[in-house]
Design a protein around this ligand. Structure first.
Ligand SMILES: [Zn+2]
Length: 68
């Protein structure tokens, strides 16, 4: 017995079955749209932080110890 889980497509709010190939999206188009949204968001925020933050802390700490 398998339950059929149905969710709403996050993009267009159409009902989607879990067994759908593109779950939780109703179609490849919505899947791509969401991936694009997420990717541009993720790219802009965490990438900046993870690149700037550690090198800033490490460089500051290292510099201070070496100079003093
Ligand atoms: Zn959709």
């Amino acid at each position: 017995m398998s339950k059929t889980l149905i969710v709403k497509c996050p993009i267009c709010k159409v009902l989607v079955e879990r067994k759908a190939d593109t779950f939780p999206f109703c179609s490849e188009r919505c899947q791509t749209t969401d991936l694009g949204n997420w990717a541009s968001d993720a790219y802009a925020i965490p990438d900046n932080n993870s690149v700037v933050d550690p090198s800033l802390i490490l460089g500051d700490d290292d510099d201070g110890r070496v100079i003093h």
